[in-house]
Design a protein around this ligand. Structure first.
Ligand code: CTP
Length: 451
């Protein structure tokens, strides 16, 4: 339980928020700036924080500052087609353990009480399967207004929890009364009572505790028609072993697996997908992460036009030609993210010849930090087998590991992750740090027309 040291910059190791995924909806009020501190405190305690900002909130704090602190992109637009494809409002709420609305403005409260859904924040709240925690903040007259009080009573009757507002001086000169956002410590303490926040889950301690690790594993299946598909020989054994080893090291692990015949590893949240496109969407939904390991043997191509019905043989006709199109390169997409790139991005290179040369070229082409290269030529029996012999390729050079079981490769890899990860509680990318230093308002100056 967390009751002290809330203003310390040191990590509080045994906080109940550890490994939890918090969705923070920031409303448009002067108190929005306090959310920057809230994000830091939650992240220090090992929580993943994803943020939705209303349009009005962006007038008070910039998405750039929020993004630098969450190490993730900020979500704000309901009609962003990319987001709707990659991670829509339903997943934003479903993938969170708890939702906080802060500052909960009179407008947001009114919209929630009325069941409105005319922007991303209200759509997420309406589509959610969990009740949010509301931290109101507004001018005392707005708070005490009968309409606001009626809406608050309605939401309370609907089972929605409130923390605050506090009574005191307001930012506006001469204004005082109920309407101040509660202090960060009180807000975090109130989170403990939320249903999704009970302790448990993966190992509470270990060298990767507080870290989120995403692993892709197995093959992808690319349908040709309803009964046929393009596949490969990947068994998923290596990726699943890495997910299990990371969980044993205390990380919160999201395993995104193609079709395999393996059981889901213990203490690992496993998402099952079939195609490369589904795997890419799942990875986007699982971010942010500290470490991402791309072990899946993703099909490089899919059939351009999938048959709606089973393709039939026709007497005397030539076999059908399969028109292939390239699949998205998931590893490259994540490794080259401008915001929200995991600090450590690891790829695999499955080669049948010139293993090291190909792996070095892949490291550069894909922009990852580490490539685990292996020889998958038939003679080695790696694909589907239980043993592996790998080379760790970095920009500085390579290390050859002797042949060992896939479990041992996984354990040694996780040791390598631990070694590379500093123990600092809060780690921003260098780019995010630079962005923070020059966090000036991004609005272009409006041209003033002289009359
Ligand atoms: N990968 C990916 N998405 C793809 C293809 C590959 O994320 N569409 C990832 C794999 O999970 C692996 C790495 O990229 O970590 C290398 O995959 P590999 O198939 O060996 O290389 P390719 O990029 O497909 O190149 P080639 O087939 O020419 O060897």
């Amino acid at each position: 339980m967390l009751k002290k040291d809330l203003n310390s910059s040191q990590p509080v190791v045994e906080a109940f928020v550890k490994n939890k995924r918090i969705l923070l909806i920031i409303g448009g009020g002067i108190a929005a700036y306090k959310c920057l501190d809230l994000i830091r405190r939650l992240r220090e305690r090992g929580a993943g924080v994803r943020v939705v900002m209303t349009r009005a909130a962006q007038e008070f704090i910039t998405p750039l500052s929020v993004s630098a602190l969450t190490n993730d992109r900020v979500f704000s637009d309901l009609f962003d087609l990319d987001d709707e494809r990659e991670i829509g409002h339903i997943r934003l709420s479903r993938e969170a353990d708890a939702i906080i609305v802060a500052p909960a403005t009179s407008d947001l409260i009114a919209k929630m009480a009325g069941g409105h859904a005319n922007d991303l924040a209200t759509s997420v709240l309406l589509a959610s399967d969990k009740a949010p925690l509301l931290a109101p903040a507004m001018n005392p007259h707005m708070w005490l207004n009968k309409a606001t009080q009626r809406n608050v009573e309605q939401l309370k009757a609907d089972g929605i929890a409130f923390v605050g507002p506090e009574t005191g001086e307001m930012a506006e000169r001469g204004e005082a009364g109920p309407g101040r956002l509660v202090e960060t410590a009180e807000l975090i303490a109130a989170l403990e009572t939320m249903p999704g926040m009970s302790a448990g889950g993966p190992a509470a301690s270990g060298p990767l505790s507080g870290r989120h690790v995403i692993v892709t594993s197995g093959p992808t299946h690319e349908p040709i028609d309803p009964v046929r598909y393009i596949a490969n020989r990947s068994s998923g054994k290596q990726g699943h072993a890495i997910a299990a080893a990371a969980a044993r090291a205390g990380a919160r692990v999201t395993l995104i697996s193609g079709p395999v015949s393996l059981p889901d590893p213990r203490d690992v949240e496993t998402w099952h997908v079939e195609t490369a496109a589904e795997m890419q969407a799942a990875v986007a939904g699982a971010l942010p992460a500290d470490i991402a390991v791309f072990c899946a043997a993703v099909a490089d191509w899919r059939v351009a036009e999938q048959g709606g019905q089973k393709i039939k043989k026709e007497k005397g006709a030539p076999p059908p030609a399969l028109n292939l199109v390239a699949n998205p390169d998931i590893l490259r997409t994540v490794a080259t993210l401008k915001t929200g790139r995991p600090r450590l991005v690891v790829g695999f290179a499955a080669e049948t010849e010139n293993v090291l040369a190909h792996a070095q070229a892949k490291l550069a082409a894909k922009g990852c930090d580490l490539i685990v290269a292996n020889d998958v030529s038939a003679a080695k029996g790696v694909m589907g087998g239980d043993r592996n012999s790998v080379h760790l390729v970095t920009r500085e050079g390579h290390i050859d590991w002797p042949e060992m079981s896939k479990e041992d490769v996984a354990a040694k890899l996780v040791d390598e992750f631990v070694r590379r990860f500093s123990e600092s509680a809060f780690s921003m990318t260098d780019k995010a740090k630079r962005a923070m230093k020059s966090d000036k308002p991004r609005h272009k100056k409006k041209k003033v027309r002289k009359s």
